[in-house]
Each structure stands twice: as C-alpha cells, then as structure tokens.
Design a protein around this ligand. Structure first.
Ligand code: TRP
Length: 460
C-alpha cells in the first residue's frame, strides 16, 4: 500500500479511544487486581503508578513518534529510520510477539464470551461456591467449546480490522469505549454499596509498605508494560495512523490515565464484592481462576439477595470483559496485518485473512492445552503458559528496552524534538526529562527486570 492512500484516524478523540482500547483489556480487569491482591494492595498500586509515569509514558511517546514519523508498520518503521541496520529486527520481534499474544489472548477472550452466554442464560443462579470450579474445568477441557469460542472471537476481530482504521477500528472504539466506562462505573457503584465494602476499599487504598520488595517492583513494571500495550509496536502501528496535529505527549498521558483509571475501578468492583462474600484473595487466584471461578460465585453471594441484581452484575461484568478484550485483540491483529500487508505488498483483506487463519491455528493449540494437550509440556509449562511467559515476560521488556535505546541513543534528537513539539508549534517543557528517561533510566531499569526474570541476575 502506498503512503498516499494510507488511512488516518478521523479525529483526535478517535485516536485516543483506539489507543486506550488497545491498552484497556484483560490486563486491567484480570491481571491488575490479582497482582494488587498478591503484592501488598495499595503499596503495589503506588509503585505501579510510578512505573506508568516514569517508564510507561516516555516509552509510549517513543512508540507514538516512531509510528507517526514513519507512517508505516512497526518493522517498516525501523527500516525507514535506520536503513541497512539490524534495528528492523526490533520491529519484527514486535510483530512476532503480537502474533503470539493474540493467539493465546483470544483463548481467554473466548472464555469471556462463553461466560457472557452463561450469565445471560442465568446459568450461575442457585449455584454454590463448590460448583464453579467444576463448571470452569468442564468448559476449558471441552475441546470443541473453547476452540469454537476462540475462533469466533478471532473472526469478530477480523471483521473489524478488515473494515479499516477509520470505519472499523476507530468507529468500534468510539462506541465501545464509552459503553465500557459506563458499565465499569455502574458495577463499581453496585459493589461499593455492598455491606462490608469498606474492607475491600481499605485493602485497595491503604498501603502496607512492609510488603514491598524487589519482586513487587518487578511485577509492577511488567504489569505496566502489558497493560499499556507497550514493547511490541502496537501503539507504534496505531500512531502511524495519527494525524500530524496529534499532540503526542498529551495523547500518551490520556491513554495512560484512562488505562490506570480502568484498572483501579476494576479493583473497586472486585475487592468489595470479594470481601463481602468472605473470600480472601489467595495465591489460588493466579491465572484464570479469579475471573472464572471466584467472581461468578462472589457475585452470587454478594448480590444474591436481589436476584435481578446478581443477574445484571454478572451479565454486565462478562460483557465488559468481552468488550475490553476485543479492542485489545483488534490492536494486536492490526500490528500483524499492517506488517503483512505493507511488507509483502498485499491487499489489507488478504493480509488480515492470512493473520486470522495463522493465529487461529496457533490458538487451537493454546486452547487445547487445557484439555487434550494438557500433558504436552515444554520447560514445565503447557503451550498457553509458555507463550504467556515468553511473550509478556521476555519479548515485551526486550522490545521496550530496545525502543528506549533506539530513541535515546540512535535517533537524531532533532527528529524527536520536532515530533514531540509538532515542528515547534507545541511547548513541551518536559521534553528533556523524557529524553533523559529514554537514554538512561528506562534501558537500565528494564535490563534489571529482565535479567532478574531470567534468573541470570538477582539483586532483589
Ligand atoms: N494491554 C492489553 C491488556 O491490558 C493487552 C494488549 C493489547 C497488549 N495490545 C498489546 C499487551 C500489546 C502487550 C502489547 O489486556
């Protein structure tokens, strides 16, 4: 596709909502509350917010200006800015990570769709806490159901991506993101009004600094990367559709604020209900069990005295997850589709079809790793866990580290200044601070997380 026919987001709000749609996802509603629960509540949140501001926003700004400046997919962007150098491999690694994350993320996204169906069919009604683990394991180990839902989710993503940036991604985000905010606030209000909610709120807001350790800081950084969609060129691809008057710093700030708001609101939905139902967040709540075993039961117990309310809360909550997951899968699909279409000179529809088929095939293996393929293990993990580990704990930080080194050390400072200030038309007093972070703080901090995660080095 040549640059003259390349689409742009139609409005600044559309661009912010699409990028926020990418950021807001299962990471906010599922991973964030678990991490918070296990890592000292509000103390974790304080460190997380520091990571968002000190690392997340500067790296997001880098992805934005690389994408907007080059107006192409993430691998092409590095090729344009650093022709003939190995930097293009950072872009390619991003495309590969996008492909891998999309494949396993769609499996969980499919589960949220099945749970929406169960909630709509009132299937949780009258069930006791002991029933939910059985319902969940029967579902995930059924090869047909989880594969079909994964493929269905991939197809919906496909349809929106094929419609293009303006009439697909932007239009969908503009309708769904406000809907998501409304559902989020309604659910948080229901949860906060429960008797005993204050213990959940206290848990979320009262910091226990004794819980903070090196590992907690590392988790907070990893969570910030995943939640803000950083490190694989996702936001770089979206920014290639930004118009030239988009304020990069302001957009990054808005996306980070929306993402953090959604994460904290999810805590306000989950913890008051969990405490009200007398549960304690435990290490068993790692992985899918919080969303698909603990919460359906919590909603029954907490709101069960008014059946309409427990029905409504369950339906809205799982629908919220579907919407949040969908705007994220769209963004990952777009990274790979833009790459295939532009680098191999293919019409968008054909590129998207190839991506959908390839991801669905890999997704089938991920889905089956909870059933027939459960015994197939590499490095002690099933395929699903292995993909999650490699992509989010290794590829994303490696990608983020290289992005900061690329912008901090390789790129011309003038290019960065021109992009961030829109050729001198915006006053950006924090420019030097951002460059300092990209040059020194981000690469060193990320290198420490990474080495630590790989067990090659342990400072903490
Ligand atoms: N940020 C999304 C979430 O919180 C997931 C996601 C979408 C993502 N695009 C990404 C994660 C790119 C890493 C990189 O669920």
């Amino acid at each position: 596709m040549n640059n003259n026919t390349r689409e742009n987001f139609g409005s600044k709000l559309g661009a912010v909502l699409a990028a926020a749609g990418s950021a807001v996802g299962l990471g906010n509603i599922w991973r964030f509350p678990i991490e918070t629960g296990q890592n000292g509540g509000a103390a974790f949140i304080i460190i997380y917010v520091a990571c968002v501001f000190l690392l997340g926003i500067p790296i997001m700004m880098s992805e934005f200006f690389i994408g907007r400046h080059t107006q192409t997919n993430t691998a092409g962007a590095y090729r344009k800015l650093a022709p003939g150098t190995p930097w293009k491999w950072v872009g390619r690694l991003g495309v590969l990570s996008g492909f891998i994350i999309l494949s396993y993320y769609s499996v969980v996204a499919g589960w949220t769709a099945e749970y929406t169906r169960l909630a709509i069919g009132n299937c949780f009604d009258g069930k006791s806490a002991a029933d939910f683990p059985t319902i969940f394991s029967a579902f995930v180990s059924n090869p047909w159901k989880s594969v079909l839902w994964m493929v269905a989710f991939m197809l919906i993503t496909h349809v929106i991506v094929v419609r293009g940036v303006k009439s697909g991604i932007e239009k969908f985000s503009k309708v769904m993101m406000p809907a998501l905010f409304v559902i989020l606030v309604v659910l948080a209000v229901c949860s906060i009004m429960l008797p005993g909610a204050s213990r959940g709120i206290e848990f979320l807001l009262k910091p226990d600094f004794s819980k903070i350790s090196g590992a907690v800081v590392l988790n907070a950084m990893g969570q910030a990367f995943f939640s803000l969609s950083l490190g694989l060129g996702c936001l770089c691809t979206y920014a290639s559709y930004f118009r030239s008057d988009t304020n990069i710093g302001k957009t990054a700030l808005n996306v980070a604020l929306i993402d953090t708001f959604v994460a904290i609101m999810s805590g306000f939905i989950i913890f008051p209900a969990v405490f009200n139902a007398g549960y304690a967040i435990s290490s068993n709540d790692i992985g899918p069990s919080l969303l698909f075993i603990t919460l359906p039961s919590v909603f029954q117990q907490a709101f069960g005295s008014i059946p309409m309310l427990s029905y409504g809360v369950s339906v809205l909550f799982y629908f919220l997850l579907v919407v949040a997951a969908l705007t994220s899968t769209i963004s990952m699909h777009e990274v790979v589709t833009a790459y295939v279409s532009e680098e191999f000179n293919m019409p968008r529809r054909k590129a998207a079809t190839i991506v959908t088929i390839a991801c669905s095939v890999v997704g089938v293996f991920c889905a089956l790793s909870f059933g027939p393929f459960a015994d197939f293990k590499l490095f002690g993990m099933n395929l699903f866990d292995l993909f999650d580990y490699v992509a989010s704990n290794i590829f994303l930080p490696v990608g983020g580290m290289f992005i900061s080194i690329f912008t901090g050390w390789y790129l011309d400072k003038k290019l960065i200044r021109d992009e961030i200030t829109n050729n001198g038309t915006l006053r950006v007093p924090y420019l030097r601070f951002v460059i300092f972070i990209l040059r020194y703080f981000a690469p060193i901090a990320i290198a420490i997380i990474l080495l630590n995660q790989l067990g090659l080095f342990s400072w903490f």
